[in-house]
Design a protein around this ligand. Structure first.
Ligand code: MN
Length: 502
């Protein structure tokens, strides 16, 4: 064990014991000791693979607000950095969802606070995750519902934005029954009705698929069944007017390979053996989602009147898909010592949880590994990944990452409170085209926070932007120079070309 390991374990041990004592007279609504909550938050953080400071801060996150502990005591225990994290989370404690206006206000606060340190947000997400899992114990209906709505409308989308799909799905599925009980029941019934049919289809396809792969000499892979979350299933059913015939991904089959090349080979084999459903082939390896997600998705007719979605990805993509940004903040020792990656966070955390001591079946902790990425990876994800290829620079990089994550992007709001995510120094022109090309093409001016601004104004985090349109307005060559996003530039070029013709 390195001295850094020993130091980390000592710090987390201190935080663990301290939080147990600090909360000893408090209970959760469930009747459990309050300490169960803080220990679980620490455990979730360790599972996601964040560093020891963040785990310690997770353990201590409620001590200032709920146990009357002084900031000085925390600083003496675990140092300035951990104190800053705890204070960051404490400040966020006041986030409350009360309709759309408040929603916007909450998001503003959230981004302002996390601009300091991305770990604050990850701790807050795990705090909320445990609270959402224990929602049934909250005595008042209105309070329970409010927390559930907040979880669905603020926290789950943030987890999604950070690429933390495990947290996103868990947050949604924990909150869904309390936010919308009737809709939840309806979804559950519909799901149960089709459960065994779906299971059988998946099993049979998996069996046939393994045979086809073996015949093609493709042997190095593992499979897993992926179950769509109830909330996400519900939203899809709503969009599809509850027509189950068009929902193919209630269960999906995931195949995980060592290399990208094998993913494409597998796609060829699959399409050679089964007929793919037209329009359902998505290559997120060549074209990753904005949050960095990579995989190939295809849906095939299984020959029994149904269809099944298959997802192909590498191990690296899999870890990234589960833990997103948290996997980039992984326990530093692991990064420099590949033989040790499996123990990152989780294993050494287990020893701190004798009381809870559940031998939980958690997914393998996120680890940091190098891997080739396609050129289309969004720049901020690429930058994060880049740090992994230069281990000697990673300490320095991690520091920048923690403070700068949100400074690579600006989050601005529409008058209705929707969040638009833009690159740094984006202008009202980029904003308008990010919403719709028609809006961009007819823009004559813009209000930022209620004030008229020039179109080359750089937008800042939390700005509320309103686009003013005029039927006679049209893009100009100058707009093209001002715009920062390739999407805006593309639409402007198209509009300019169309104008030339007429
Ligand atoms: Mn808490």
């Amino acid at each position: 064990m390195s001295s850094k390991d020993a130091g980390d374990i000592a710090m987390v041990t201190k935080a663990y014991e301290f939080t147990e004592t600090a909360h000893k007279d408090q209970k959760r609504y469930s009747g459990d000791p309050y300490f169960v909550h803080t220990a679980e938050v620490g455990f979730l953080l360790a599972t996601a693979g964040v560093d020891a400071q963040a785990v310690a801060a997770g353990l201590l996150h409620d001590t200032i607000e709920d146990a009357g502990v002084t900031p000085k005591a925390i600083e003496e225990l675990c140092g300035k950095e951990v104190l800053k994290l705890v204070q960051g989370v404490t400040k966020l404690g006041a986030l409350r969802y009360r309709g759309m206006e408040r929603h916007t206000e909450s998001l503003r606060k959230l981004f302002a606070a996390t601009a300091q340190d991305i770990r604050v947000l990850i701790i807050k997400l795990m705090d909320r995750l445990h609270n959402a899992r224990t929602l049934e114990h909250v005595p008042r209906d209105d309070k329970r519902k409010r927390i559930a709505l907040e979880t669905l409308e603020i926290y789950a989308p943030i987890a999604d934005r950070l690429g933390m799909s495990v947290a996103k799905q868990e947050l949604e599925d924990a909150a869904f029954p309390h936010a919308y009980p009737k809709e939840y029941e309806k979804t559950r019934e519909a799901f149960t009705e089709r459960k065994s049919e779906n299971e059988k289809r998946l099993e049979k396809t998996e069996h046939d698929l393994k045979r086809e792969f073996a015949e093609a000499n493709l042997r190095n892979f593992r499979t897993e069944a992926r179950l769509k979350g109830f909330y996400s299933l519900y939203k899809k059913l709503e969009r599809k007017k509850w027509d189950f015939g068009t929902i193919y991904d209630m269960r999906a089959l995931r195949v995980i390979f060592p290399t990208v090349a094998e993913c494409y080979t597998a796609l060829g084999i699959i399409h050679g053996h089964w007929r793919p459903v037209p329009g359902k082939i998505k290559d997120y390896i060549a074209f990753p989602k904005p949050n960095g997600y990579q995989s190939i998705h295809t849906t095939i007719y299984t020959g029994d009147g149904g269809a099944l979605e298959i997802q192909l990805r590498t191990e690296d993509m899999h870890k990234e898909a589960l833990y997103g940004i948290a996997s980039h903040l992984a326990y530093k020792e692991s990064q420099n010592n590949p033989t040790q990656t499996k123990s990152g966070g989780l294993e050494w955390m287990r020893q701190f949880l004798p009381r809870i001591g559940k031998a939980k079946d958690v997914p393998a902790p996120a680890t940091v590994q190098s891997g080739k990425r396609s050129v289309a990876v969004p720049s901020w994800v690429k930058e994060l990944a880049h740090a992994q290829h230069e281990p000697e620079k990673s300490d320095e990089y991690m520091d920048t990452l923690k403070s700068d994550f949100f400074s690579h992007r600006v989050f601005v709001f529409t008058p209705k409170g929707d969040v638009i995510d833009l690159p740094l120094a984006a202008t009202p022109i980029d904003f308008a085209y990010a919403i719709h090309s028609d809006l961009g093409n007819k823009m004559s001016g813009a209000l930022v926070n209620g004030k008229m601004v020039s179109l080359d104004t750089a937008l800042r985090n939390g700005d509320m932007v309103e686009v003013i349109t005029k039927p006679s307005a049209h893009p100009t060559r100058k707009w093209h120079d001002i715009a920062k996003t390739s999407m805006a530039k593309k639409h402007i070029r198209a509009a300019l070309a169309a104008m030339k013709k007429t």
